[in-house]
Design a protein around this ligand. Structure first.
Ligand code: GLC
Length: 730
């Protein structure tokens, strides 16, 4: 009787207060909500969730075949080129209030190094060795991104690249697997915060999975010849770290991996990513990458391409519309199963639920003045720019410019340029927001020195008519600061270059300026290492400022004046000449001593190695000490070094710790970076840096099957110019 009455009461309550379906009840565990929603969905609704269309004008000129599709209310995702939250909300309203089940759309966009407040390109960020600063900037970027109506960023790009002819080297964190891993993780932490459902969190996307940085000859979209052992040792670690850090999604890449395209590669997309690493988010293809399987010779038509990508492990189809067009047939032909579709939809819904999109599908609209370019954001961007500027050369300490020098010639095409300081992938940023080098210098040297400006020449072409004016202002000055570099479109996607040299017109300008006999400070803004064989000889000092974003002018000027002590070190090697490519610090050992097998016509040593960077102060490293000369695999080894600032200005020193393993079953790189720390050291002070070696993390290596191998024997730990021996016991 009691049961009956209880049931009766419940039914009455239900009639009076009809409950939301389970999947709409926020307090229900996500996995239960997914199951409830899935069983309500039709096949058509499920297939729609596996698709991503574009919304707004496609600003990426390299993206082909992007038809402006009519936006179906049940679409899974949109690439949002707009950045206008009101328009996003209008489209979202269609999905949430007009579609049958009200599944919110996931809005994604390429926010790579800032949304509207652009900070330095990722390659520059890595040279800062400051993970906290990168995390802070990523967090600031996530807030601006959410306020722009975007929930999901196609970032971080963590492709190890050792061929700077490839334009996308600008977008990653350089040549080292560990650096790409830790900076990728810092970026994810900034984007995703402590929870994806936090109001200003966005979902991250690890890209491009995997091996894209090995695109043959540095030419984009090409074949990548990668052995399985190299795949595990060099290209997968940054992605494994990103997955372990909770990255919500992954993007499959354009390249193939020794003949099997990354977008139809079951081994990487399912065996590794899902079975081994247990990734429970989803994979989106890169733009048109599914259809491109036809070009890559593994599919005869779109239908087969869609089937291969899906069966390999790509859950969402970016822009191709192939899943939408062919999945019903493939289901009918039993070439794909409804179970695999349910699994794919589950993964996509999981990210949407975790983001809280079902509870908060709309962007909170705040006034435009409060959305972007807030003082704190600009300050963070300037700080990261300051810490990513590398002092490559400083002959006779020509920098910082002596206060006795009262006339400074500021010349070159980059001096007053805004557009190109932004670099590639500039999100919703506007060049009008960019502070120029000239503007920074004007503020820095007002009442201290007179600036004499001349453009001198353009970035390319053969018009030398501006040289005369540049030489004139140089002759009127005590020192020349010449600002050169790359147009932003010379790096980034589909921006491969056959040489790392700057266009000859720029080199000629410096050659002519050199004839004035004045000291020359070369400032470079570029998205890749530059060939400096000739420019280096003309320059007394070289400052690599990369592409600093909106707030580079002041930090650059601060370093030139000495107000700021540069602290950056290279995260990518600068070859002396293009012909040395590939050249990187962690190469495998040669069969003979280095001078044998070297080039006959040019030096074999690069101009500046990974880790190179000068300071206005000097540091003295003590002899490193080991906690023990030998350890067991279960033990840790502590290595310490004391660093003293022996100069007269405070500085931030990054100590890089490497390991080498001279004898191993698989030949190991000459040395491998395993840890680093950046600390401020006031003039005259000493700071202790400690590296705790964990054998399984730092001494083991991957074999071709991805098994971690730890072998006893002699190892070395390298710090500064020291190489300290220790033994790993059985
Ligand atoms: C591009 C890029 C990828 C980007 C995507 C969406 O072609 O390869 O990095 O995220 O398309 O714009």
């Amino acid at each position: 009787m009691v049961k009956f009455l209880t049931l009766l009461a419940f039914c009455c309550f239900q009639l009076a207060y009809p409950q939301q379906p389970l999947y709409k009840q926020a307090e229900i565990p996500i996995e239960k909500r997914i199951k409830d929603l899935l069983k309500r969905m039709t096949v058509e609704e499920k297939i729609l969730q596996l698709n991503q269309y574009k919304l707004g004008a496609n600003t990426n000129i390299n993206n082909i075949g992007a038809a402006s599709n009519e936006i179906p209310a049940g679409i899974g995702s949109l690439i949002y080129f707009g950045g206008d939250p009101e328009f996003r909300n209008q489209i979202q309203k269609k999905a949430v209030e007009e579609s049958r089940l009200g599944i919110p759309i996931l809005f994604g966009y390429d926010i790579i190094h800032g949304c509207r407040t652009l900070y330095p390109i990722p390659l520059a960020q890595a040279c800062s060795w400051n993970l906290d600063l990168v995390k802070t900037n990523s967090s600031m970027s996530a807030k601006e991104t959410v306020l722009s109506g975007v929930d999901w960023v196609f970032s971080p790009m963590i492709d190890v690249s050792r061929d700077p002819r490839w334009g996308r080297v600008a977008e990653g964190y350089g040549e080292d697997p560990y650096v790409n891993a830790v900076f990728g993780v810092a970026t994810i932490q900034g984007y995703q915060g402590t929870s994806l459902s936090d109001p200003y969190s966005v979902a991250a996307c690890l890209k491009h999975y995997v091996g894209y940085g090995m695109s043959e000859g540095g030419r984009d979209y090409r074949y990548s010849n990668i052995s399985k052992q190299s795949l595990w040792e060099t290209y997968l670690p940054s992605f494994e770290a990103g997955i372990n850090a909770g990255a919500a999604t992954v993007m499959s890449s354009f390249n193939d991996i020794s003949g099997i395209p990354a977008t139809s590669n079951y081994y990487t997309l399912t065996e590794i990513l899902k079975k081994r690493w247990k990734h429970d988010g989803f994979v989106v293809s890169d733009w048109n990458a599914i259809e491109q399987l036809i070009n890559q010779g593994v599919a005869q038509d779109k239908k087969e391409a869609g089937m291969k990508a899906f069966l390999a492990g790509v859950e969402m189809d970016m822009i191709d519309n192939i899943y939408l067009e062919h999945f019903k047939e493939l289901l009918a032909e039993k070439k794909i199963s409804i179970q695999s579709i349910d699994e794919a939809v589950t993964r996509i819904l999981r990210v949407k639920f975790r983001l809280g999109l079902f509870e908060n599908p709309y962007t909170t609209i705040i006034e435009k003045e409060k959305r972007y370019l807030q003082p704190e954001s600009i300050k963070n961007a300037a700080k990261l720019a300051e810490e990513s500027i590398v002092l490559l050369k400083n002959e006779n300490n020509i920098l910082p410019i002596s206060p006795l020098l009262k006339k400074i010639a500021l010349v070159g095409p980059m001096a007053k340029d805004k557009q190109n300081l932004m670099g590639s992938w500039s999100g919703y940023a506007k060049s009008a927001d960019v502070e120029t080098i000239f503007s920074g210098m004007e503020k820095e040297f007002s009442n201290k020195a007179q600036l004499n400006y001349a453009k001198g020449c353009d970035f390319d072409g053969d018009d030398e008519s501006g040289f005369e004016e540049a030489i004139k202002v140089a002759n009127q000055s005590d020192i020349i600061v010449v600002c050169l570099g790359e147009r932003r479109v010379w790096s980034g996607e589909n921006a491969s270059r056959s040489t790392l040299s700057l266009p000859i017109i720029q080199e000629k300008l410096v050659e002519e300026l050199k004839k004035t006999g004045k000291p020359i400070v070369l400032i470079l803004s570029n998205g890749r290492p530059i060939e400096l064989e000739r420019l280096e000889k003309f320059s007394d000092a070289i400052l690599e400022i990369w592409q600093p974003g909106v707030a580079g002018g002041t930090p650059v000027a601060g370093i030139v004046s000495g107000r700021i002590n540069p602290s950056a070190k290279l995260a990518i090697t600068f070859p002396l000449v293009t012909g040395q490519i590939p050249t990187y610090y962690n190469m495998r050992p040669s069969a003979r001593e280095a001078k044998l097998g070297a080039y006959q016509d040019k030096p074999t040593e690069p101009l500046y190695w990974f880790g190179h960077g000068l300071s206005y102060t000097t540091y003295k490293y003590s002899e490193a000490t080991l906690s023990s000369p030998r350890i067991k695999p279960s033990e840790k080894l502590t290595v310490q070094v004391k660093v003293t600032n022996t100069g007269d200005v405070s500085g931030k020193e990054s100590v890089l710790w490497y390991i080498s393993d001279p004898v191993s079953s698989i030949s190991r790189p000459l040395k491998e970076l395993k840890f680093f720390e950046k600390k401020e050291i006031p003039a005259g002070n000493e700071v202790v840096y400690t590296f705790e070696i964990d054998p399984n993390r730092d001494l083991a290596y991957y074999d071709e099957e991805g098994h971690k191998i730890l072998e006893p024997g002699i190892f070395y730990v390298h710090v500064d110019d020291q190489k300290i021996k220790f033994e790993l016991l059985k």
